[in-house]
Ligand binder design. Structure first.
Ligand code: ZN
Ligand code: ZN
Length: 307
């Protein structure tokens, strides 16, 4: 179907990569809401030509720890320990679902304080998940049996809406993860449960305290919400995700301008979760220019970060 693409819809764009990206600073594994085992993701990324990879699971470093402990990092690939924190924005209802996502790149895997913060986030995530499932059941859409049949995500799992969506697909309630979000799980829909947890400033501080670079993820509203970005920068935000799988040229250029104007390190990644396609297919549409690397390394200098 030749649906006309809205020029500024940042979620359905994409650029044509001039060459295969060697950097991907935003990925998920089965330790949070992705589907691939951490070792499989790392192997797939290496095969696709990635040389600098960050695993940024929601609220857990378990995937990174596993890969590091197993010694299964392919030769020629550097793994940057990362995290993604979904932060609740309580006083800015104009922001999408009133939350922003903060990536922590190069965080210390052994930082106890960060681990305690992540533990708390995981607890809140579990209780939100349970409430969501109960709400859907009240709405006549029980998913308990389908959830039980989904592959386990490990002890440190960060339960999220994608998992609810997958159970809904299995039950035949929806056609896809996107369909589930649109009809039931996004803000204002019957299964939506507001998140409880860290605010963006607390998230940024937690990342900084663990030696990481805090980068604002897929915030395509940055050019029109410069004030929000500045506020976060004052709290220690050091990066902006300028390159993102689904950003089109127009969005990328305006994000580049924001990063340059504010002096934020430009970061970029696929946000690969594994639902729709193999890593290689996503990577083929990802463009993170090699120029990202030097400022990133400079920003991370001093922390024992890249393995
Ligand atoms: Zn995110
Ligand atoms: Zn993500």
């Amino acid at each position: 179907m030749a649906a006309r693409r809205k020029r500024h819809d940042p979620w359905h764009g994409g650029v044509t990569p001039p060459s295969p990206s060697t950097i991907d600073l935003h990925t998920h594994t089965a330790r949070s809401d992705g589907l691939l085992e951490p070792a499989d993701l790392v192997a797939a990324a290496a095969t696709a030509g990635v040389r600098l990879l960050a695993i940024t699971d929601h609220d857990t470093l378990a995937g990174v720890r596993e890969v590091v402990a197993s010694g299964s990092i392919p030769p020629g690939l550097e793994l940057l320990p990362g995290i993604e924190l979904n932060a609740v924005v309580r006083d800015r209802p104009e922001l999408m679902e009133s939350e922003v996502h903060v990536l922590g790149l190069g965080v210390d895997l052994d930082d106890d304080e960060l681990e305690a913060t992540l533990e708390l986030q995981r607890d809140r995530r579990r209780s939100r998940f349970t409430t969501m499932v109960a709400r859907l059941a009240e709405f006549g859409l029980p998913i308990d049996d389908a959830l039980a049949a989904l592959p386990a995500t490990g002890e440190d799992d960060a339960l999220g809406r994608p998992r609810v969506a997958r159970a809904m697909i299995a039950k035949g309630y929806v056609k896809s993860v996107e369909d589930a979000f649109e009809r039931y799980l996004s803000h204002g829909r019957p299964g939506y449960v507001p998140r409880d947890g860290l605010g963006p400033i607390e998230a940024i501080r937690a990342i900084r305290a663990a030696g990481g670079l805090a980068s604002l993820a897929h915030f395509s509203e940055a050019p029109v919400h410069l004030g929000v970005v500045r506020e976060l920068q004052d709290a220690g935000l050091g990066g902006l995700e300028v390159y993102y799988r689904s950003f089109d040229d127009v969005v990328v250029r305006s994000m580049e301008d924001v990063a340059a104007e504010l002096g934020l390190v430009a970061t970029g990644g696929s946000d690969y979760h594994g639902d729709l396609e193999p890593y290689a297919a996503t990577h083929a549409r990802l463009w993170v220019p090699p120029t990202v690397e030097a400022p990133l390394r400079a920003a991370l200098a001093g922390s024992a970060t890249i393995r």
